[in-house]
Design a protein around this ligand. Structure first.
Ligand code: ADP
Ligand code: ZN
Length: 226
């Protein structure tokens, strides 16, 4: 039976370790399904650049690879999801929830809004591969597109917008290990949290970007998501 509350508006959570490619896949999905991508990492980095109160609060945590407190994040999400509902704008969450309390808060806020998640999609990548990817990852200052160093050295500019590429402070070796630990401890438990609620789907996140996108499209087709 089709669940009325799930409706046709996409409300998707992408789960996966740092470097799993969820941000990149979210960009692909955003275009294909005409939805908004809300990346909490991008939002916080923008706040830091703007020098806003939120940015000042978040910076210390982020530089260390620690999580920004749940209360702060939940407040932001409450505001954003309410905005999307008001505009009837489908959305993908990239980077939220990251802890069980955040997941509980998300389900509660959707419930209050009278709607349900379409699904939680796990992009499954082994930990060794995450380390390898993160330590060679470069990000565009202008559009947040990420790319990898090749054997010829770093690509000078972003292939998407021509912006300048840089290595994120938290993509440096010391921080990577901490982020993976934080992921294992805080975020990995979300897999069984959502599985228990019958909200989890997964795709193999190993391979080329296009292959992984194709796996997601197939899954969505199978679920009747257009
Ligand atoms: P990653 O590639 O590690 O997934 P993100 O860009 O999603 O990177 O996040 C970068 C940092 O921003 C995190 O390490 C964390 O400090 C902070 N952050 C982003 N989303 C959240 C969240 N939902 N809860 C707490 N902290 C967050
Ligand atoms: Zn760019």
């Amino acid at each position: 039976m089709i669940n009325e509350k799930r409706g046709i508006m996409m409300r998707l959570v992408l789960l996966g370790g740092p470097g799993s490619g969820k941000g990149t896949q979210a960009d692909v999905l955003k275009k294909k399904y005409n939805v908004i991508k809300l990346s909490t990492g991008d939002l916080l980095r923008q706040a830091i650049r703007d020098g806003s109160e939120l940015g000042k609060q978040a910076k210390n945590y982020m530089d260390k690879g620690e999580l920004v407190p749940d209360l702060v994040m939940v407040g932001i999400l409450e505001e954003k999801t309410a905005e999307f509902e008001a505009k009837k704008q489908g959305y993908i969450l990239d980077g939220f929830p990251r802890t069980v309390p955040q997941a509980e808060a998300l389900l509660k806020m959707l419930d209050k809004q009278g709607v349900e998640l379409t699904m939680t999609l796990l992009i499954d990548v082994p930990e060794e591969e995450l380390v390898r990817r993160l330590s060679s990852r470069w990000t565009c200052r202008d559009c947040s597109y990420t790319t990898f160093k090749d054997s010829n050295g770093n690509p000078a500019t972003c292939t998407q917008c021509g912006g300048e590429l840089y290595q994120r402070d938290d993509d440096k070796k010391e921080t990577i290990m901490n982020r993976l630990e934080v992921y294992s401890k805080n975020t990995r438990p979300l897999i069984s949290f959502f599985k228990d609620k019958d909200l989890l789907e997964d795709v193999d996140g190993f391979g080329q970007l296009e292959e992984i996108s194709a796996r997601i499209f197939d899954l969505f087709d199978m679920k009747g998501i257009k």
